[in-house]
Ligand binder design. Structure first.
Ligand code: DGJ
Length: 706
């Protein structure tokens, strides 16, 4: 791999940032603006200076401010601003000048800070960049600094983390995920329209209906071929991403936290640092883009990427709120018997929480349901050889709770406005230091006292009436500081309990992004556990996020007497982090045996699934023959799915990828031997491996043997 590098400097008026396979070039244009000259294939040293001038703009045309890494609201610019500030006296129109550059190198990384200052007002804007030796992801973020010691605040109206110019292409196509609760992560591709195409979350969390990333290609890229530019925001609160396509033939993508209509006063001496915006260029199609993101997540985001995720059992789908010591211990014994390694009690274990009506906020075991406390349950679960996990929803309160009765002002609220409940709950304002202190205190004691190994951290509603009256004019900070507060509580908890592992959940997949993944270990992608529908959810999420974060349970939804259909559900779940969510107490012996067999197989292959490179080698989910291959070192595993026995003939081979063409591979289950070249060009015949009829699926393994 070629190492990362940053060349150039103020003297040249040009900076070239290179990852192993890509370069990103910024330069000072003739009019003094900082502009992006290149983002694409890696350039050789010196190539940057031959890139020429930024595109000139004839009068009457829209200026191409989308070339700028952070187009401001100011001067002759009329596109969507990435940075918008109101200065004292209501003055708008930023006038920034580049005043300094600071480059630094550390083992494996290079960093560049470009410092801009307003020509009159006390505002400094620092554009931060980082490239790494082992990834093509370029990290950028921004710091805004009010440089006066006293005086009036500046009002920030928009503070994106960065704008990325996409080079001139014949056409522009976007790839994004859309969806909703129970339908997260649905992959959508379409022609980028002229004008602005905006994705946003106003919910206070990442959201179910969209995810803060976009890929752009020229309309011809495939899974395995073609240049693809992708941009992702590492943030778990509200966000906005705008793709701006000019009629003149350019497109750019700008993204950052917050959403339209908010503003944040920045006091003298204060600063605001944005979350990172990440950019990845590849010429290897969507598959290579996904593998680039997965590798980045493992190398630089996830806290414990090298750990095998345990097979878990979760009580929610089986019994919902009806949890008690006797039934949970019965489930635990059955779970241990089939090979489960982590037993998680979901909602319903605490205070008066027997439905969604009451109890959120009162985090002590329900004495009627757990008369001996949770520590006793934990001891039994540990004795059964499993780890012990518990569901919590720390950001929420039911109005019918002791916590709310004692601290009604802890929730987000405005005077003279309703407090709209959703799922009968309100949102605690984690921007408040006292709320965070309360949360850290009870979570810390709870984990210690009950020997908890794993928390499923849920968050079941978006913000509404998101006010914080004590902060007056500054209360919009809540939209940023709640998310930062959640990060802080999780970070402190993890620091105090290094062995604790956390699953991020927000009514299913409402909080999945590179911000939360830096402090959680896996994610609950959706409450939809129907295996067939899950496939498209997993397909969408896999565009950016690796299988190691994708919890996937086999549940009784839909329960089938057809063993083949149940087996299909295992194979879908085994392409992520396998879990079981069924009511084991109601299972037949046959289902226990099926689970035991599949869990044992999953334990053999999970390192490949969770840590391997992923290749989507079949049709997209929905019809035909879907296939996902994972490859780790000398071992590969392929999941093949044919949900419907179609009238039209299905393809009967799957071409594998990423193998050594000259190596010999052996299937340990059948003894079949094949050359890597054969498996990748002629393909792997799968028909004989698939049972007849609907819901046909198979797991096929190959190990390098020569
Ligand atoms: C929503 C989650 O997505 C479910 O898995 C479950 O934990 C419920 N909340 C519990 O209230």
């Amino acid at each position: 791999m070629t190492a990362s590098a940053i060349t150039g400097g103020f003297a040249e008026g040009l900076w070239c940032l290179s990852t192993p396979n890509s370069s990103y070039v910024l330069a000072i244009a003739a009019d003094g603006r900082l502009v992006q000259l290149h983002w694409g294939a890696r350039l050789s040293p010196g190539d940057g200076s031959r890139l020429g001038e930024a595109a000139a703009v004839p009068p009457y045309q829209l200026p191409l401010e989308s070339q700028e890494p952070l187009p401001v609201d100011g001067g002759l610019r009329w596109g969507p601003p990435s940075l918008q500030i109101a200065f004292p006296g209501g003055v708008r129109s930023l006038e920034l000048k580049l005043v300094d550059d600071v480059a630094a190198a550390a083992p494996g990384t290079h960093r560049l800070d470009l410092v801009l200052a307003d020509t009159h007002f006390p505002l400094q804007v620092v554009l931060h960049h980082r490239v790494r030796d082992d990834s093509d992801v370029i990290e950028r973020w921004v710091t805004l600094r009010h440089t006066a010691d006293s005086g009036e605040p500046l009002r920030i109206i928009r503070a994106d983390s960065g704008n990325w110019l996409i080079p001139q292409l014949g056409d522009y196509r976007y790839s994004v995920v859309s969806g909703g609760y129970y339908a997260e992560g649905q992959l959508r591709r379409g022609r980028l329209p002229d004008g602005e195409y905006r994705l946003t979350s106003r919910t206070g969390i990442t959201a179910h209906h969209a995810n803060p990333w976009m890929m752009i290609d020229d309309g011809t890229a495939t899974e395995a071929h073609g240049p693809v530019w992708s941009v992702a925001l590492a943030w778990s609160g509200s966000w906005r991403l705008t793709a701006h396509r000019h009629f003149q033939g350019r497109a750019a993508v700008s993204a950052g936290f917050g959403h339209d209509g908010l503003s944040w006063p920045l006091d003298p001496g204060a600063e605001l640092t944005t979350p990172p915006i990440l950019g990845l260029y590849t010429d290897g199609g969507f598959g290579a883009a996904s593998r680039g993101w997965h590798q980045y997540a493992r190398a630089h985001v996830l806290p414990h990427p090298g750990e095998d995720r345990p097979v878990l059992y979760n009580s929610w789908e089986a019994v919902e709120f009806n949890v008690d010591e006797t039934a949970q211990l019965d489930l635990a014994r059955r779970a241990a018997d089939i090979g489960v390694e982590l037993f998680v009690i979901d909602d319903g274990w605490f205070s008066t929480r027997t439905s969604d009506r009451s109890g959120l906020g009162d985090w002590w075991p329900n004495p009627g349901r757990f008369p001996n406390g949770l520590a006793t349950v934990a001891r039994h679960v540990h004795q059964l050889g499993m780890r012990f996990g518990v569901w919590v929803e720390p950001e929420m309160v039911n109005p019918d709770s002791e916590l709310y009765r004692a601290y009604p002002d802890w929730v987000m609220h405005f005077p003279h406005r309703r407090r709209d409940e959703l799922r009968r709950q309100l949102v605690l304002n984690f921007a408040r230091a006292d709320v965070r202190a309360w949360a850290i205190d009870w979570l810390d004691r709870f984990v210690t006292d009950n020997d908890v190994d794993y928390l499923k951290w849920d968050m079941n509603r978006g913000f509404s009436q998101a006010g914080w009256p004590e902060r007056g004019d500054a209360q919009d900070w809540l939209w940023i500081d709640h998310t930062r507060g959640v990060y802080e509580v999780i970070d402190q908890l993890r620091a105090r309990h290094p062995a604790l592992r956390i699953e991020s959940c927000a009514g299913g997949g409402g909080r999945l992004d590179f911000g939360i993944l830096a402090r959680t270990d896996q994610v609950w992608p959706s409450d939809n556990t129907d295996a067939y529908q899950r496939q498209s959810i997993q397909h969408g999420l896999s565009q950016l996020y690796p299988a190691t974060v994708m919890s996937a349970w086999v549940t009784d939804k839909p329960y089938s007497r057809d063993e083949q259909r149940n087996q299909y559900a295992y194979h879908v779940a085994m392409a992520g982090v396998l879990g079981i969510g069924s009511n084991l107490s109601a299972w037949t012996d046959g289902r226990h045996e099926q689970a035991r067999r599949n869990i044992a197989l999953y334990k053999q292959i999970r390192a490949i699934v969770q840590r391997g490179a992923q290749y989507r080698v079949g049709d997209p989910p929905g019809a035909g023959l879907t296939a996902i291959q994972y490859l780790l070192g000398d071992e590969t595993v392929v999941f093949v799915y044919r949900p419907r026995a179609e009238v039209t003939p299905d393809p009967d081979t799957v071409r594998l990828a990423g193998l050594d063409p000259n190596a010999t591979y052996t299937d340990p289950d059948t003894g079949t031997v094949a050359l890597g070249r054969t498996l990748m060009s002629a393909g792997l015949p799968v028909c004989s491996r698939l049972p007849a009829g609907d819901w046909a699926s198979a797991v096929i393994r190959f190990n390098r043997t020569g």
